[in-house]
Write a protein that binds this ligand. Structure first.
Ligand SMILES: [Zn+2]
Length: 72
């Protein structure tokens, strides 16, 4: 039994880079206050995705993606 390490891929359409950031957001019009959507982003698209949401006045938070890679 082993945990499969899922490699997160950037949420930007067409981007296949490994994601290193998580972007939590919600749309206040359709999501209740405790709902969170999570996108993940590579270094290159972190700002793009953040700005995409921020310009829509969505609450958005960016945090480093926790990697669970075990070195053995
Ligand atoms: Zn990307």
């Amino acid at each position: 039994m082993s945990d499969t390490v899922e490699t997160a891929i950037c949420s930007r359409a067409g981007c296949r880079a490994v994601a290193t950031w998580r972007i939590e957001w919600r749309n206040p019009r359709i999501h209740s206050a405790d709902r969170r959507k999570v996108w993940v982003a590579c270094d290159e698209h972190r700002d793009y995705l953040h700005d995409f949401l921020a310009t829509r006045d969505f609450p958005v938070q960016v945090a480093p993606l926790q990697t669970t890679i075990e070195t053995s």
